[in-house]
Design a protein around this ligand. Structure first.
Ligand SMILES: [Zn+2]
Ligand SMILES: [Zn+2]
Length: 224
């Protein structure tokens, strides 16, 4: 990914953007992991641009999953008497039904996570800086005033001799308690984004912890 640098129009403040990369998850005491949404912010205690928890985006993500789930439930395949081919080629009908059942199952895993995320957010009072845990954070739009300085912070793509500088990081996920306090960082296979099925694997692990039964076909895919 190309690296950009935040600079101030008035003072010599500089900050590379790659400290803001990576994803964050909540890690509950029982091992369940829930996806966190983050926003860029100015932290008064860090005196720089940080990632902060973003409760509103979490709530949006929760309702999006709930809508997808109810749409899927409503889209149950039906076989009318005139769908003759579905009676003759029974495998076609079964495949269609199976695909739908799999999709319902996936959505039920996702919505179990979202139920817990909603619960977690509902008892929290304020969002934290994900660097230091401070609650003295304010959202940063990308071109804001530099606090206590009065200059404007802007971002510039880092270039050396006219070429953009690209950095390839291992993908990392920072884990936080349900109170938004840092626990540890996990390195994930794949960069700049986690390997395909990484999120699905986490959902499956959550299901295991909750004691939800996992269909053999799905479990086979994740045995590694
Ligand atoms: Zn400044
Ligand atoms: Zn901070």
């Amino acid at each position: 990914m190309p690296v950009s640098i935040y600079k101030c129009s008035k003072c010599d403040f500089t900050q590379p953007s790659d400290s803001l990369w990576g994803e964050c998850d909540y890690l509950l005491p029982n091992g369940i992991r829930l996806p966190m949404e983050t926003a860029r912010a100015w932290c008064q205690d860090c005196s720089r641009i940080v990632k902060m928890e973003d409760f509103q985006s979490c709530i949006d993500a929760v309702s999006k999953v709930f809508v997808q789930k109810s749409n899927t439930l409503r889209a149950k395949p039906v076989r009318h008497w005139w769908d003759l081919h579905l009676f003759i080629f029974l495998w076609k009908w079964k495949a269609r039904l199976q695909a739908w059942e799999q999709s319902v199952y996936n959505h039920s895993l996702a919505s179990a996570d979202m139920d817990e995320l909603q619960e977690l957010i509902s008892v929290r009072k304020s969002e934290r800086c994900l660097e230091c845990g401070s609650e003295a954070v304010s959202r940063f739009s990308g071109e804001d005033e530099h606090p206590h300085c009065g200059g404007r912070i802007y971002s510039e793509t880092l270039a050396v001799a006219g070429s953009e500088v690209w950095v390839s990081h291992r993908f990392v996920i920072d884990l936080y308690s349900q109170d938004g306090l840092y626990i540890r960082t996990d390195v994930v296979n794949g960069h700049p984004f986690p390997d395909y099925l990484y999120r699905e694997f986490l959902q499956m692990e959550n299901a295991r912890i909750r004691g939800i039964s996992i269909p053999a076909s799905a479990a086979k895919m994740f045995n590694r």
